[in-house]
Design a protein around this ligand. Structure first.
Ligand code: 5GP
Length: 210
């Protein structure tokens, strides 16, 4: 055993308007960073093109979603554009207990609930570089009908105000740079005294000094 050990993992909560590039950023982060896992949400919305059950989301019926809510299986949940989304609690608790970190992609309502329950989480807001770019990305994804797309863009503008409730902001101008920033935030958070078992290390160094 070398160095300062970590006590347990922590939550990294990533929010931002749809089209800011949260999914792509998370994938890029997971390629670069060790010791962090993605929390797969449950949702009642149907799978979009190329989305795989259990990988991008757990796609469930509204009945199943309600059951999970009532059984206390969700850490947080919210209705976003008419569909329900929630974060399974068990995966998070087990992963953190094993000393690994967990990254969540949740909307601003969900982030507020997580903040109330896990104040030690790290809250990161992803900004699009411009509204033009946001629109381009949302259109390119091709999942929404024109009406739904308009609603998302209007909601995106409203959601920008939520940035003030977060700890960190990243402007997603360039994927590589954004991923490095997110990785740096996580690296710094892992070095926080409160997250490390410094006591044992200090004692060991004391022993060595005797
Ligand atoms: P999409 O349908 O585009 O994948 O996601 C729509 C919105 O739902 C995004 O803002 C995303 O961050 C949010 N979302 C995804 N999973 C969850 C979740 O588990 N909880 C909450 N509160 N929001 C989520």
């Amino acid at each position: 055993m070398t160095g300062v050990q970590r006590k347990r993992g922590f939550l990294v909560v990533l929010s931002g308007p749809s089209g800011a590039g949260k999914n792509t950023l998370v994938n890029e982060l997971l390629k670069r960073a060790e010791g962090i896992r993605y929390s797969v949400s449950v949702t009642t919305r149907p799978p979009g093109p190329g989305e795989i059950d259990g990988v991008h989301y757990h796609f469930v019926t509204p009945e199943r979603f309600r059951e999970m809510q009532e059984a206390g299986e969700l850490l947080e949940w919210a209705t976003v554009y008419g569909n329900s989304y929630g974060t399974p609690r068990r995966f998070i608790e087990e992963t953190i207990e094993q000393g690994q970190d967990v990254i969540l992609d949740v909307d601003i309502q969900g982030a507020r609930q997580v903040r109330a329950r896990w104040p030690a989480g790290v809250f990161v807001y992803l900004m699009p570089p411009s509204m033009e770019e946001l629109k381009r990305r949302a259109t390119r994804r091709g999942r929404d009908a024109p009406d739904a797309l308009c609603a998302r863009l209007r909601a995106a503008v409203e959601e920008l105000e939520a940035v003030f409730d977060y700890d960190y902001v990243i402007v997603n101008e360039d994927l590589e740079v954004a991923a490095e920033k997110l990785k740096a935030i996580i690296t710094a958070e892992r070095c926080r005294i409160a997250r490390c078992d410094c006591r044992s290390f200090v004692e060991r160094l004391r022993d060595e000094a005797r």
